[in-house]
Design a protein around this ligand. Structure first.
Ligand code: FMN
Length: 385
């Protein structure tokens, strides 16, 4: 029976990853799973998290535990949200819809990528407004401004400007697989699709995913992943800040100096992230930047953390090192790639359960009480903020 329902075989994020790898064409799996350059940073993100050891505490009555968190003026049921990911429907037809529905079921924010396969307006409706709008600044800044206008008109309260992709780092697997948008269907890709019929038939029936924020724009811009975003600078940030009256998050910050300046420019939050190891391959693990950035911004400035989270304990670790909120990326895609909405639910349930259990095992009842005190003595000097 468990063979018919792959989600029943998901007991860990690695299980979902293995199942997704089997079901998806190599080109699509590698697009999700892959990283930049030598791909080691993706691994290092999780390894560095793993090296932070927490201190178990006992005899504290942890029967009732609260893991809800307020962030940027909203109350969420979990201390994590869904990171922005472009072209999610390549994983499973309707993946964006699944993410939106799961965000509603769990009262967590979903970040709608500029390159999403579903328009920002539809994602707002599907997630019942539980969504944040993520944007890049490509060559045409007016397009970015148009999307901010559309977001505002629809009711979005939070925008994210991602700044860590001024130039896209080489991704060897994508190049090897011939991954391009729009697709280039040669013999290699044809064979890849033909040997993954479940994915191919359902994707054909649902319709080849398109970057719907582009398709629904009157400006006629075409999505080109490789288009340079290199002209994005401090003046871009000033103009975006002037335009967007809602909360503004700057995503992809790894340097304390940048963080201070971004705060001074009026951003409402900073997202410490190395894009899941998909950009500068020689950067430090994202978690290593977190306490330094917390130190530089002071204890009250809102910080989100992502890159490398592979379970609930990683979220607890990130909160202990100074994050107020966290975002999960690839694990959600592994769940969907393995078994659609059911797989996604399994992954979210696993992470939720682990957050709550880890909280209790470090002797706390409320996620708001997490501080660097829960880090094991040996590691405190290194990570104290
Ligand atoms: C398939 C995929 C697509 C992504 N697309 C975007 C995007 O459109 N915008 C963005 O800001 N970040 C994007 N990211 C980066 C994620 O938002 C996030 O920073 C990263 O996945 C976190 O690392 P993790 O996957 O190890 O959790 C993408 C990541 C993946 C895996």
């Amino acid at each position: 029976m468990s063979n018919i329902f792959p989600s029943k075989r998901i007991h860990s994020i690695e299980d979902a990853r293995n199942l997704a790898r089997k079901r998806m064409p190599r080109m699509m799996f590698d697009f999700v799973d892959g990283a930049s350059g030598d791909e080691k940073l993706c691994e290092n993100n999780s390894k560095a998290l793993d090296q932070i050891r927490l201190q178990p505490r006992v005899l504290r009555n942890v029967e009732k535990r609260k893991i809800n968190k307020s962030f940027l003026g909203s109350e969420y049921d979990q201390p994590f949200g869904f990171a922005p990911m472009g072209m999610c429907n390549l994983t499973w037809p309707g993946a964006d819809v699944m993410l939106a529905q799961e965000s509603v079921n769990n009262n967590v924010p979903i970040c709608v990528s500029m390159a999403s396969s579903t328009s920002l307006e539809k994602m707002y409706d599907l997630s019942k407004g539980n969504c944040w709008l993520q944007l890049y600044n490509f060559q045409d800044e007016e397009f970015l401004m148009e999307l901010l206008d559309r977001g505002h008109q629809k009711g979005y309260k939070v925008a994210i400007l991602t700044v860590d992709v001024p130039i896209q780092f080489r991704r060897a697997k994508d190049n090897k697989n011939g991954f391009t948008v729009p697709f280039n269907l040669g013999p290699k890709q044809f064979f890849d699709f033909a040997s993954h019929p479940l994915w191919s038939i359902s994707t054909l029936l649902y319709g080849i995913p398109k970057p719907m924020n582009y398709e629904t724009s009157k400006r006629g811009n075409k999505f080109n992943r490789g288009e340079s975003r290199g002209s994005t600078d401090w003046n871009t940030l000033k103009r975006v800040r002037e335009k967007w009256k809602g909360k503004l998050i700057i995503k992809g910050v790894m340097s304390p100096e940048d963080a201070i300046k971004i705060k001074e420019e009026g951003a409402d939050a900073i997202q410490v992230s190395n894009h899941g190891g998909r950009q500068l391959d020689s950067a430090t693990a994202s978690i290593e930047a977190l306490p330094l950035i917390r130190n530089s911004l002071g204890k009250d400035f809102p910080i989100i953390f992502d890159s490398g989270i592979r379970g609930g304990s990683d979220i607890v670790r990130a909160l202990a090192l100074g994050a107020d909120f966290t975002m999960v990326g690839r694990p959600l895609m592994y769940g969907i790639g393995a078994d659609g909405a059911k797989g996604l639910k399994r992954i979210v349930d696993i992470i939720k359960e682990e957050v709550s259990t880890a909280l209790g095992l470090v002797g706390l009842n409320d996620i708001k009480d997490i501080s660097s005190d829960i880090i094991a003595e040996r590691f405190i000097r290194e990570f104290k903020y």
